[in-house]
Design a protein around this ligand. Structure first.
Ligand code: PHE
Length: 447
């Protein structure tokens, strides 16, 4: 059998050290920062919520990120087999499989939203976006058409093309081009937003905390957001960790990804809040904020078509660098488990994932048969992945690294003091907080 179908044992394909940092930042920075983050910040308390998000990031996000990377590099396998190898028990591998399944389904809906951003970028540059005043109607008509599925296919093809080339030639090279472009676009748009007359109100909503706005629910949402935005609990960082060289410091990489992610969220907020406040738009309007409220704001702005177009390109870039990391999880799993070569694994998994996303994409139209329990299928998949699979897998990793895996210290290679702090977080702080989120969503605790 030729090398096309079966995996060949060639040199291990690994990241360079900057390539890894860029790829991990590329995974973390995504729709979570620019589409979800602004609207949950708007809904759950503005600046005070942002502070809570940072607390969650430090107490839970960073310790789990380091744990995932260490498990991946120690096990040198996919998100399931790494756990089996390190523990010698298939049960841990089965728990790890949950994150493989989760990333498959995350990709099925993430690719849909990434597709919307491409569509809006095109509409904006052609000026078509600004030929209407009814942005909610425009979004609704788009949802009711077949176009979202076409764009979802485009996203899947681009993602597959990157993954087919492998880790250093594909994932790393792609991120090394896109991340610097992302930074330039982000800075440009931030300068533009901050120079709008009356930007101050948006800035203070975003940065001046008013703690009376916080509720206990805000804390739980902030924790969930910290998880999603750091790409945790989906096997992504375990999978990427397996491609990191032994000489790289995982501690430093963890800090770099955390700081990169917060800076990005900060700048994204500095673009979005001043823009919507200047044009008197409510920040609390939910998932439509970016696709309904922002076009309205751009349409009232000088050179709005250009800035609007650039904004959606930025969003699309951020989304696709994350999509690449999400799809890699089931691809790595399939190629290792079934012995498939990378191109075959990418094509089969990509195709299945595209097909799995189609019903979700259709469920946002007016088809009531794809909605149950008051939620469209799309929202169910998001809800179950983000609030059930993600925290359970996060819990699995903290318990595994904190209590089960004996070699954890050798792989993490932290100084004595940092190691103690880390282990304390992994054993006592992170699992308790994650459990609270789970129990809350399970309806066991009410606030
Ligand atoms: N972190 C990404 C974002 O903020 C989403 C993501 C979740 C990526 C889980 C990988 C795994 O958009």
């Amino acid at each position: 059998m030729g090398g096309f179908f079966m995996a060949q044992n060639k040199h291990a394909d690994r990241f360079s050290s900057t390539g890894f940092i860029m790829s991990a930042v590329g995974s973390a920075v995504g729709l979570g920062n620019m589409w979800k983050f602004p609207y949950v910040t708007g809904q759950y308390g503005g600046a005070a919520f942002f502070l809570l998000f940072m607390v969650c990031l430090v107490l839970v996000g960073l310790p789990i990120l380091l744990a995932e990377l260490a498990v991946g590099r120690g096990g040198r396998g996919n998100a399931s087999s790494s756990l089996t190898k390190l523990s010698g028990s298939k049960s841990w591998g089965a728990l790890g499989f949950l994150s493989v399944a989760g990333s498959f389904f995350i990709m099925s809906f993430y690719g849909i939203v990434a597709g919307w951003t491409l569509h809006y970028a095109v509409l904006s540059f052609t000026g078509e976006l600004f030929s209407t005043q009814d942005y909610a109607g425009l979004f609704g008509r788009f949802m009711n058409s077949w176009l979202p599925i076409g764009w979802q296919l485009v996203v899947m093809l681009v993602t597959a093309l990157v993954l087919i080339r492998g880790v250093s030639e594909g994932i790393e090279r792609f991120n090394k081009v896109l991340i610097p472009s992302l930074v330039v676009l982000l800075l440009l748009l931030a300068v533009q937003a901050l120079s709008l007359e009356g930007a101050g109100e948006g800035i203070s909503f975003f940065l001046k905390p008013d703690f009376s706005k916080l509720t206990a629910e805000s804390a739980l949402v902030a924790l969930g957001q910290a998880f999603f935005s750091m790409s945790l609990g989906m096997g992504t960082m375990v999978t990427y960790g397996a491609y990191v060289q032994k000489s790289q410091s995982l501690g430093k990489a963890t800090i770099a990804v955390g700081v990169g992610n917060v800076l990005y969220a900060l700048l994204a907020g500095l673009i979005i809040f001043p823009t919507i406040f200047v044009f008197s738009i409510e920040p609390t309007q939910g998932a439509g904020l970016v696709f309904i409220a922002l076009p309205a704001a751009f349409s009232a702005m000088p050179l709005g078509a250009v800035f609007g177009g650039l904004f959606f390109v930025l969003l699309a870039f951020a989304a696709i660098t994350s999509a690449v990391s999400v799809l890699e999880v089931p691809v790595a799993y399939a190629s290792e488990t079934f012995g498939w070569s990378r191109p075959v694994a990418v094509m089969l998994v990509g195709l299945l994932c595209f097909l799995a996303g189609v019903p979700s994409a259709l469920s946002l139209g007016e088809d009531p048969w794809l909605s149950f329990g008051g939620r469209a299928l799309f929202d169910w998949v998001d809800f179950v992945c983000s609030n059930v699979v993600l925290p359970i897998s996060g819990l699995v990793i903290t318990i595994f690294a904190g209590y089960v895996w004996k070699g954890v210290a050798d792989e993490a290679r932290l100084s004595q003091a940092w190691f103690r702090i880390w282990l304390f977080m992994l054993r006592f702080v992170a699992p308790v907080l994650v459990l609270l989120v789970l129990l809350y969503y399970a309806g066991v605790i009410r606030i």
